[in-house]
Write a protein that binds this ligand. Sequence first.
Ligand code: GLU
Length: 506
Amino acid sequence: MTLTPILARMSADMSVRVRYAPSPTGEPHVGNIRTALFNWLFARHEGGAFIVRLEDTDQARYEEGAERAIFESLAWLGLDYDEGPDPSDISRDIGDRGPYVQSRRRDTYRRHADQLIEAGHAYRCYCPAERLDQVRKDLQRRKLPPKYDRHCRDLPDPPGAEQRLESEGLPCVVRFRTPLSGQTAFHDLIRGDIMFQNDTLDDFVLMKSDGFPVYHLASVVDDRLMGISHVLRGDEWLSSTPRHVLLYQAFDWEPPAFAHLPMILGPDRSKLSKRHGDTAVLEFRERGFLPEALLNFLGLLGWSLDDRTEIIDRETFVRSFGLERVLANPAVFNFDKLTWMNGVYIRELAEEALADRISPVLESRLGTSVDRGLLRRVVPLIRERIKLLTEAVEMAGFFFVEGELDYGEETLLGKKFAGDPGAAAHALEAVLGRVSALQPWEHGALEGAIRPLAEELDLKTGALFGLIRVAVTGSTAAPPLFETMAVLGRERSLERLRSALRRLGP
Ligand code: GLU
């Protein structure tokens, strides 16, 4: 990996300004937010500015509500920005180089397109859609790449075009006059020197007939006007970069530094997509991931501290992040590793903090309010056993529900008592007799009372404990039995044992 030191670290008078430029075409997914994270880390490490810009010029792909999901994802992960749309009202801006929403910058793009036309770097193309279709089909039939045949490139504007453009808007697009020969080269901070042959590039469209710019023009103009020093983006944009470099040259502007981040693959090594499972950032929140765990995981998708360290907190990331350790090879999104990492972060949280995280999850899933004092006593029982916040619902929801638990006789009897409800009832009666008046109600005393009972009843401890576990928790998977009963309390434990007994009939 070769690096041009001047570009890797800007001189003191050129401050780092980077941007995250999502298109509101849907909820941001993890690949996209990894780009946001690397930009944020780079800005914070360098003491520069992190800018958010909404690229909403493709009206056909716009999705209602996408902006909200973008801002919520950034906020959830703690990726604060210095300039961008005001999330509470995106018609307003934070920062003075806005607007930061491209649909509000259409005059700017129009002006710049006109400037290119005047300088001879762009031209209006009046070809009707049917003609372009025909050209495309002919080329496809000849197995050639479907490029525009440059029909309008050297034709004068049709008669009266100027006036009609003014008065009614002509159905025309603006195309870039791409050089017919030669090469366009640039340096990528991650991939090194890259070169494209100009004759492989089309006379690409800059402005569409609906008056909206195409990504290439909007992106270059905005990066320039917003003073972007480094463009860090996913490597699917690498093939756009020669077009951007040509635009910078046509405007006679110095291009920013470019760094294309490695692709993210699913566990099967194909490009990460919905097929591999949930990929939208907010779905990870929904599924019980902690933002700090997801941040840690995403930070290692294509960057490493030292090839070994897995658990890295936000401050260490900011302190250590640099483009020199971004890898060119694709990164694999390993869901199991992320889940493991989440478990590590859960165990690292202080009990009070973990209770704060679990409480809203329980409340929304159980549809009931959660007693804080009880939750504080439950947390130590489950923190070593859950890898996702949502697992607290299955593992400990029974502490918080009132009334009858929802389980069937089959679950209660399990394999050990299947077909013999009488034996199960006998055992439960014995347990009730042993613990009803137990003093004190704490786990050592409970164990001291119940464990010997197994032998007296001629049962395996597993069989007896399993039966009691279902009776008091409604489930076969729960925290350790005696601690659970201790926290649940005498009244509720006895009530649940009696309820189980009733279910087994007389
Ligand atoms: N709007 C593009 C996207 O959705 C931005 C590409 C770029 O960063 O230049 O990813």
